[in-house]
Design a binder for this molecule. Structure first.
Ligand code: ZN
Length: 651
């Protein structure tokens, strides 16, 4: 069996739909849906409803004024006949950013953005919309102009509630008070320290008459209406699920009813034990990044099915894990016996909501509860159709700009999706799970390697993939065709080298890289440049290029570096790790970064991407039973957002 031919040659349907400032809007496709059995489609349909039913929870968690602001904006847009066209186009631009970021805070910077028209122009637009029938969220006895005056700072003043999550507000300032999110109400870290939380993950902490109050997210608690709706759709889904998934869904329903931590743990365990169901969902209070304290879960939902073709490749790698381990280019003392590849699935997402949409992750590993991970393991998924949509929406001009030759740019267009999927799987399945560490570390290399550990471990997993991607075993396992192998290897190495240059666009201030994956990639490329002839820096017309000259030298040098990185991990050699990253991974030349930023800005590259989700429609018979579920692709972000809010009247 081989991986299906890259669709890039035949796939001419739209991916990139539009640009809004520095965001791209891209259509997501779930091609495998139509091939699923009917009961799986119906299962997905109910889970899809359960996902959309919770959308407003996340809006409210992110900012207490979010839902009211969204109502005002959407009422103007859907009653815009008499609105001045110039004002309308600014309101539309702002509203799209508002939807993309689930409120007025930028996803990347956490900072507030505001309307660029004047408050008077905005008021005139609202008045015109009111004439045309708009229904605004007026409070008791409030007139429209009073409402507009009340909400004016929300739309126009960047200094009011300026940052959604502020972990470093400066000396003497409180991280909770300085964060505009709605996970706390009038509560400081001093209050929290004196309070015994019973629902740390799933409550809003507010100040009540007699001290702090936990407003628990559950049926009968905060978000009662939304959670009731979610539970109703989950109950409808249960009969169509596999036995192990039923157990998990029932545990989730119980947790939504009680809100108790013990029930959340029972659900996490049931979810992680359901390893083989072809359909799965994540629905709940999951990631804690929005909370400056790192405790409260932001609501999110994803519904997905396993992509059988792509998962087959992962399984083959996992089955061959010992073969790779026996050939690791490191000291045989560090080789492991009885290696089992990490279990992971390639999935296609059908819908995402809350914290995972419209801006989505590309891979997920849950649950977050460390005790459950240690005892029961975790489930790891890579979002195949999201990755594919990212790749398809990347412009050729962008690849051209940083490629030394036309051949290199063409190779990237043709093979980079296949190459990066293959090496990502190798990274996860045979990379992280490989190698032995010495006894004295007692299974805890993090303890010895401290802040260097993550970047070192990411480097190790990347190097395993880079070292083995040219190996004939990859062809033997059917992961690529022999005829394409060398081109795929070359495309991967070239892309890896280019990335060390292009990623500098993300660090616009300072001369240091902080993020661990970025440190790892820079370290590997700069080390290879210093210790081999595999990559050379070239200049042309004032522009810098990292050019791969010799793929054999690349592989050999990656093997030498991998041996050293494994030694550092196995021995817990902190000094060597620190030196390696200080020398190659952390610091960069700001002039080079400025050059890269200028090149990227000339091309008007997006900084982040939002996705238009597929749409499901149930086909029912005369007695109301679902007899089929149709999937369609709306291609229109505005229409989808209005439809989700129940305002599908068009603009
Ligand atoms: Zn990793």
């Amino acid at each position: 069996m081989s991986v299906p031919a890259p669709v890039s040659n035949i796939d001419s349907r739209p991916y990139l739909l539009e640009r809004v400032d520095d965001a791209a809007i891209v259509q997501l496709y779930a091609d495998g849906f139509v091939e699923l059995a009917l009961d799986q489609k119906i299962l997905i349909y109910h889970l899809y409803q359960a996902a959309l039913a919770g959308r407003d929870i996340y809006y409210d968690q992110r900012y207490r004024h979010n839902l009211e602001m969204r109502d005002v904006l959407e009422e103007i847009l859907t009653n815009a006949g008499g609105v001045d066209p110039g004002t309308l186009s600014e309101i539309l631009r702002y509203t799209k950013l508002f939807w993309i970021n689930t409120g007025p805070y930028n996803n990347l910077t956490a900072r507030k953005f505001v309307l660029k028209c004047t408050p008077e122009e905005f008021a005139a637009a609202a008045q015109a919309a009111a004439q045309a029938g708009a229904r605004f969220p007026l409070r008791d006895g409030e007139h429209l102009d009073q409402m507009l005056a009340r909400m004016r700072p929300l739309f126009f003043d960047p200094a009011v509630d300026p940052i959604v999550t502020n972990k470093t507000p400066g000396a003497g300032r409180d991280i909770l008070e300085s964060s505009a999110n709605n996970l706390y109400d009038g509560v400081t870290m001093v209050d929290v320290a004196r309070f015994d939380e019973r629902y740390p993950l799933n409550s809003r902490l507010a100040r009540g008459g007699a001290g702090l109050v936990e407003e628990v997210y559950r049926v009968g608690g905060r978000y009662d209406a939304e959670i009731r709706a979610i539970v109703g759709h989950l109950e409808a889904a249960v009969p169509f699920a596999t036995q192990s998934m039923r157990t998990a869904l029932q545990a989730l329903i119980r947790f939504y009813r009680t809100g108790e931590t013990a029930d959340r743990i029972a659900y996490d365990i049931a979810w992680v034990q359901d390893k083989d169901s072809p359909v799965d969902t994540i629905n709940g209070f999951v990631e804690v990044y929005m909370d400056a304290r790192g405790t409260k879960g932001a609501w999110e939902a994803l519904v997905y099915y396993v992509n059988p073709h792509k998962t087959q490749g992962i399984r083959k790698l996992a089955e061959a894990a010992q073969w790779f381990e026996d050939r690791m280019p490191w000291d045989p003392r560090f080789r492991k016996q009885g290696v089992r590849g990490v279990s992971a699935n390639a999935i296609d997402v059908v819908v995402e909501a809350g914290d995972s949409a419209p801006v989505t992750p590309v891979g997920i590993n849950l649950p977050n509860d460390q005790n459950i991970r240690e005892e029961y393991g975790s489930k790891s998924v890579s979002l195949s159709n999201v990755n594919e949509a990212y790749d398809k929406s990347t412009s050729h001009e962008f690849r051209r700009e940083f490629a030394w030759s036309d051949e290199e740019a063409d190779r990237a267009s043709r093979w980079s999706a296949v190459a990066s999927e293959l090496t990502t799987n190798m990274h996860e399945v045979i990379g992280h799970g490989s190698g032995r560490i010495l006894e004295h570390l007692q299974g805890n290399p993090q303890g010895a390697l401290k802040e260097q550990y993550s970047a070192l471990e990411e480097s190790r997993a990347d190097l395993v993939a880079l070292y083995f991607v040219p190996d004939p075993k990859v062809v033997e396992l059917g992961l690529v065709d022999a005829a394409d192998h060398e081109e795929i290897v070359r495309a991967e190495y070239e892309g890896y080298a280019r990335n060390a240059l292009v990623q500098l666009r993300r660090v616009r201030e300072g001369t240091q890289i902080e993020e661990d994956h970025m440190r790892n990639r820079q370290m590997i490329v700069r080390w290879l440049m210093d210790h081999s002839t595999a990559i050379v820096e070239k200049r042309r017309d004032g522009k810098t290029y990292y050019v791969v000259t010799d793929i054999r030298a690349f592989q050999a040098a990656a093997g030498r570096l991998l041996a050293e990185v494994q030694r550092i991990k196995a021995e817990g050699d902190y000094a060597a790790a620190r030196e390696l990253f200080e020398k190659y991974g952390v610091h960069f030349d700001p002039a080079l970064r400025d050059e890269v930023v200028a090149r990227v800005e000339r091309l008007d590259m997006p900084s982040y991407t939002a996705f238009v989700q597929p749409k499901l429609t149930a086909v029912r018979n005369d007695s109301g039973e679902i007899v089929d579920v149709a999937i369609s692709y709306p291609m229109d972000f505005t229409r989808q957002m209005l439809e989700y809010s129940g305002r599908d009247r068009g603009v």
